[in-house]
Design a protein around this ligand. Structure first.
Ligand SMILES: Nc1ncnc2c1ncn2[C@@H]1O[C@H](COP(=O)(O)OP(=O)(O)OP(=O)(O)O)[C@@H](O)[C@H]1O
Ligand SMILES: [Mg+2]
Length: 469
């Protein structure tokens, strides 16, 4: 007998014959079945025992099915409910879904059809319970993520997080790559009233449009070839929690429109779906793009921006808050190397403090990870730092010289060059790193100290997709 088959079912049905037939059939399929002849008895049974799926008739004496559904959802950890409707009107079905029913079936239905729905509902509940258990475990293990904030700029950002977190306002976090946007998004969730709900993140730059749509909104069976069953989208999985839309300005135009509608109506359609799904999610979004320019060049809808930008938190680049470098270094060293992490030479610390960190905290973290591996006798000296950090002035880039495969790439700080040539310099740096890693994008992103999604975007921006070269 499979796991799912041993799911616990309660049948609330006033028609004795039908109740008996259903009970026998479902027991034959391996389910553990209880029965109740009316709504009141069903609620009593739910009180007494742990039920995974409730099959609930609508017209029943004493308490009817809709009222049972309503009351079930006032309880913690409710079962999934499948409504069994006699004379299904669309209105009743819609109403039932709104009240949180998992699904509905119109009589007469085939037992195999019922079996499939029950199995799916039981699986959903199992995932929900597992998820709950894991979250409780996590909550016990970890409190808030540590955010190093010594500079006034970072302290102010943390103050804003504390202020906005308990509200349901959408938050847009802006800042250069690696400044800690994702960290801040996590903190907002953890400090919010939704901390018990899930934190679901999606990188809008990391998928193709059609994939992104089904990731975000889910799909119905048969929505496209290969869509065998229903898949819940991330927006649905974030129900009751927070949806973090990373790199939100990369969202394709059509999905911007769909997202805007979902936010405004709190409902959406799965791909290929005809039924609206209701969700209650808080949106936290992040971008490292300039908001004015993405709106001005038409790549991002201003009405969507207005919706998600209920509250903005701007993270300052690391080079403009150098007071944070030393405490961050100590924190990250401990994080990377554990309690026995190597000591930093004063000269090495000075080099870290004066470098301009175009890749911000992520780059600092990568640099320290490398240094810990290279360190000898428990010490990190300037020799264990990447050349551009150890001797920044020796690394004025030759921006126009194409990198030779195998040549030492030039990852000098963007702050050392004139702004006019910044794009060229960046393009050359990326190209050099790509050549060095044999076009391995993960390694390239790591060398450059940027996230892979940022790298993907840059590759598009600079037309560095290999096929185009
Ligand atoms: N103030 C901070 N205190 C401690 N760790 C930090 C801080 N800021 C950033 N970090 C760490 O630096 C790394 C990069 O941060 P994060 O991923 O949040 O940046 P990001 O802004 O989302 O970058 P990207 O735009 O490239 O996605 C993470 O490991 C994060 O934990
Ligand atoms: Mg990020």
């Amino acid at each position: 007998m499979s796991e799912q088959k041993s799911a616990r079912i309660l049948i609330a049905e006033d028609e004795a014959n039908l109740r008996l037939v259903l009970q026998k059939e479902l027991e034959r399929l391996g389910y553990r079945v209880q029965v109740a002849p009316d709504g009141e008895a069903a609620l009593r049974k739910l009180e007494e025992s742990n039920v995974d799926v409730l099959l609930c008739d609508i017209n029943m004496p004493r308490i009817d099915g809709m009222e049972v559904l309503r009351r079930v959802h006032e309880r913690p950890n409710p079962p999934e409910v499948i409504m069994l409707t006699g004379q299904a009107t669309v209105e009743t079905a819609v109403e039932a879904m709104k009240l949180g029913a998992y699904d509905y079936l119109t009589k007469p239905y085939h037992i195999t059809e019922l079996d499939i729905r029950v199995k799916q509902a039981a699986e959903k509940r199992r995932l929900r319970v597992d998820n709950l258990r894991l979250r409780e475990q996590l909550a016990r293990q970890s409190g808030l993520p540590d955010i190093v904030s010594v500079s006034e700029a970072m302290k102010e950002a943390v103050r804003l997080v504390e202020r906005v977190a308990p509200s349901d306002a959408s938050v847009l976090i802006t800042g250069e790559s690696g400044t800690g946007k994702e960290l801040i998004a996590h903190a907002i969730h953890r400090l919010s009233n939704r901390a018990d709900g899930s934190f679901i993140d999606i990188n809008c730059a990391a998928f193709q449009e059609s994939l992104l749509e089904s990731e975000l909104f889910g799909y119905e069976a048969g929505a496209f070839s290969g869509a065998k069953g229903r898949k819940l989208g991330l927006i649905e999985l974030a129900d009751g929690g927070t949806l973090f839309l990373d790199e939100v300005t990369e969202l394709p135009a059509q999905l911007q429109a769909k997202l805007l509608r979902a936010i405004e109506t709190r409902t959406f359609f799965r791909v290929g779906g005809v039924r609206k799904v209701e969700v209650n999610v808080r949106i936290v979004a992040a971008t490292n793009r300039n908001l004015d320019s993405v709106v001005a060049d038409g790549s991002f809808r201003s009405d969507l921006l207005y919706r998600i930008n209920g509250f903005q938190i701007e993270l300052t680049p690391l080079r403009e808050r150098s007071e944070d470098i030393e405490p961050l270094t100590r924190y990250l060293l401990n994080d990377v190397g554990g309690p026995n992490s190597p000591e930093l030479d004063p000269a090495a610390l000075e080099a870290l403090r004066t470098y301009s960190w175009p890749g911000n905290v992520r780059q600092l973290k990568n640099c320290l990870e490398r240094a810990v591996i290279l360190s000898n006798n428990g010490r990190i000296t300037v020799n264990e730092l990447p050349p551009e950090v150890a001797r920044p002035t020796a690394f004025i880039p030759a921006a126009q010289t194409p990198a030779q495969p195998g040549a030492t790439p030039d990852y000098s700080s963007a702050a050392n060059v004139s702004p006019a040539s910044l794009r060229d310099v960046e393009r050359q740096q990326i190209l050099a790193a790509l050549e060095q890693t044999g076009w391995h994008r993960g390694k390239t992103a790591e060398i450059l100290g940027i996230s892979s999604s940022t790298l993907y975007r840059r590759l598009r921006d600079y037309n560095l997709d290999r096929r185009n070269n």
